[in-house]
Design a protein around this ligand. Structure first.
Ligand SMILES: Nc1ncnc2c1ncn2[C@@H]1O[C@H](COP(=O)(O)OP(=O)(O)OP(=O)(O)O)[C@@H](O)[C@H]1O
Length: 620
């Protein structure tokens, strides 16, 4: 919207002034993508222009011979050589334009892929923290939605601009050779059409600007009405009529706006065509005067009329290309700005090798998310040792997930230090560090891959000979094996209903797959954030059998089901970002406080009322 407004209020001449820079950028982009196709596309267009000049000059020769005095057969015979040259020039020009178009069409997909790849190479490398920044997310959307697709367009428009200008110059050259006086007449006659094209384009953008909010609303409604995710709720709440009603109302206003635009464009066209007609009439008058005065031969005058048509077409192409190039370049600039800003958010980190760890130590670690006034984790100090299972517990929003992400290296602390075996993690190679961490995340994503791939992406580059569990072993440990075998194509079942033959799983079945992926990764630090929230009792029991202590691994467990943390080596209790208690289950129960309170509340739900009351009385 911002760019549409800027474009709408920029004059055509201001646009034209910025052209050289835009053209340079577009050519550099095309050149970097494929030199041969770029050179072919531009070179052939220029050659085609030269042939236009030849064609027009040869046509004059033909007409001159035909209009000469003498018997007709002699005149036709005399015109033949020029006719052959004119025909050859026209056919060669046609051939060159087709070849140039081919090179141009070849460039488009190559540019699109190169630009897309560059964007995703960057978005997948930026720090996770960048995604919490609303500004960053919006810029990323803009770069993806529009900026990225404009790259190929700006190259296209540049080639069209070159084609238009070369055509215009070629025609002008021919006319200047035939009779220089005609040149200004021809250019003046082409101006009304150019002005009309600019005005119509501008009206279209102004109208788009006024309609943009309505269009976004329609787009949003359309998504709600034709989407698998919303389909169930739309039916359950009988929202159909409501949504359709909103859509109809928007459509009615939108249609009126479009009709208004068509009307105003038509009136602009009528005025433009009338002025163009007058201008053409003026050219005819000048030509007539020159003919009568004997200043121009009849043949030259006839060629001038052909040149007029050709000049008009070329000018139209050039003007349209300038307009489009300017607007598209604004959006492309979004893409470039985003890449630049995103690259600044790719953490380079240190270069220290990571062989694993014996201890991970958090020393006064804090983290404040972007645009928040309270730290989500506030000066937490704790140690995780290899061979242990530790638990993070606390109420909703107390900072457990954030702390786990800090331990995993997904966020960098905004205060304090995290050390792996005494070395500040900021000095370690972040990729090497990440290779030793597996995270079973609380908000996992349903990756649209097969069941086997969904597990294998936990460590996709592990070859079959390397140590670590197989896909099936990991699935067995997470109670997912039988469930996967029950799918129509077993491990090869595609897990996305939006594709043919795709299947969906229940929430708990998905969570088993997520657990299998985490176990398949087989990392020295395993972080399990609510790994069993959606699991049934049997699956939960099976999973926890595999989350027990192992000498080569540390497990950090986050769960609200406190029965699962009873056997943890240490339990850390979080409250409003702070670590408020730590110890074993027995120590914390004996100490009283937040842990005891939460545990008793939960335990009471499993006991019958009398038992719970008796128990509480005994405790008192
Ligand atoms: N990406 C984020 N950007 C801004 N604030 C966030 C973000 N993620 C979490 N928070 C805030 O940080 C605080 C701690 O959130 P966190 O997810 O760590 O809590 P939690 O203890 O894991 O909660 P739960 O038990 O509900 O999973 C909350 O106040 C939350 O609103």
């Amino acid at each position: 919207m911002h760019h549409a407004r800027e474009f709408a209020h920029t004059s055509f001449w201001a646009v034209a002034r910025r052209l050289p820079r835009l053209v340079r950028e577009a050519v550099a982009l095309a050149w970097a993508t494929n030199r041969r196709d770029t050179a072919t596309s531009i070179g052939l267009n220029v050659l085609a222009g030269v042939l236009t000049t030849f064609g027009l000059l040869a046509t004059t020769g033909v007409l001159r011979e035909l209009f000469a005095a003498g018997p007709t057969p002699d005149r036709v015979r005399a015109a033949l050589p020029a006719l052959v040259v004119a025909a050859a020039a026209v056919s060669a020009r046609g051939g060159l334009m087709i070849a140039a178009g081919w090179a141009q069409a070849r460039l488009t997909p190559q540019i699109n892929y190169a630009v897309e790849l560059r964007l995703f190479e960057t978005t997948t490398a930026v720090d996770l923290a960048a995604f919490d920044d609303a500004g960053f997310a919006e810029e990323m959307d803009r770069a993806r939605e529009r900026g990225m697709t404009e790259a190929a367009f700006i190259v296209d428009h540049t080639v069209n601009l070159v084609t238009g200008l070369v055509g215009l110059l070629a025609t002008a050259a021919a006319v200047a050779i035939i009779q220089p006086v005609l040149l200004p007449c021809l250019l003046l006659a082409a101006v009304p059409e150019a002005v009309t094209a600019v005005r119509i384009a501008r009206r279209r953008y102004l109208a788009m600007l006024a309609r943009i909010n309505r269009r976004r609303r329609m787009w949003m409604l359309a998504r709600l009405m034709a989407n698998r995710q919303t389909a169930a709720e739309v039916r359950a709440y009988q929202m159909r009529e409501f949504l359709l009603g909103e859509y109809r109302a928007m459509m009615a206003v939108e249609t009126r706006a479009e009709l208004r635009l068509v009307r105003s464009q038509t009136s602009t066209r009528v005025v433009g065509a009338s002025v163009a007609g007058l201008a053409t009439f003026g050219v005819y008058a000048v030509l007539g005067a020159l003919l009568l005065g004997g200043l121009v031969a009849l043949a030259a005058a006839a060629t001038a009329l052909l040149a007029l048509q050709s000049a008009r077409t070329s000018l139209g192409v050039a003007v349209l290309a300038t307009n489009s190039l300017y607007e598209d370049a604004l959006y492309y600039q979004d893409y470039r700005d985003f890449l630049e800003r995103a690259r600044a958010r790719v953490s380079t980190g240190g270069a220290g090798a990571v062989e694993g760890f014996d201890t991970i130590e958090l020393d006064g670690v804090s983290l404040r998310y972007a645009d928040t006034d309270r730290p989500a984790v506030d000066e937490v100090s704790l140690t995780v040792r290899r061979g242990e299972v530790v638990a993070l517990v606390g109420e909703n929003g107390s900072g457990k997930t954030t702390l786990a992400k800090l331990v995993a290296g997904l966020y960098r602390p905004s205060g304090g230090v995290i050390r792996w075996d005494g070395v500040d993690t900021a000095e370690l190679d972040p990729r090497a560090l990440a290779a030793h961490v597996a995270v079973m995340s609380q908000d996992w994503w349903k990756f649209p891959f097969t069941a086997a791939q969904n597990i294998r992406i936990g460590r996709y580059d592990r070859d079959s000979a390397a140590a670590g569990p197989s896909v099936q072993d990991a699935a067995r440990s997470a109670a997912a094996h039988e469930m996967i075998l029950g799918l129509p194509h077993g491990y090869e079942t595609l897990l996305d209903r939006e594709f043919k033959n795709g299947q969906d799983l229940s929430g708990g079945q998905w969570q088993r797959l997520v657990a299998a992926r985490g176990l398949y990764r087989d990392a020295a630090l395993l972080i399990c954030d609510e790994p069993s929230a959606a699991l049934d009792a049997r699956a939960e029991h099976a999973l926890f059998q595999h989350l027990r202590r192992r000498p080569d691994r540390a497990v950090v467990l986050i769960t609200h089901r406190l029965a699962n943390v009873r056997h943890a080596d240490r339990i850390f209790v979080m409250d409003q970002g702070r670590l408020v208690q730590q110890g074993t289950h027995d120590e914390l129960m004996a100490a009283g406080g937040l842990y005891r309170e939460l545990f008793d509340l939960q335990a009471a739900g499993y006991l019958d009322r009398a038992e719970a009351e008796g128990d509480t009385a005994t405790t008192r």
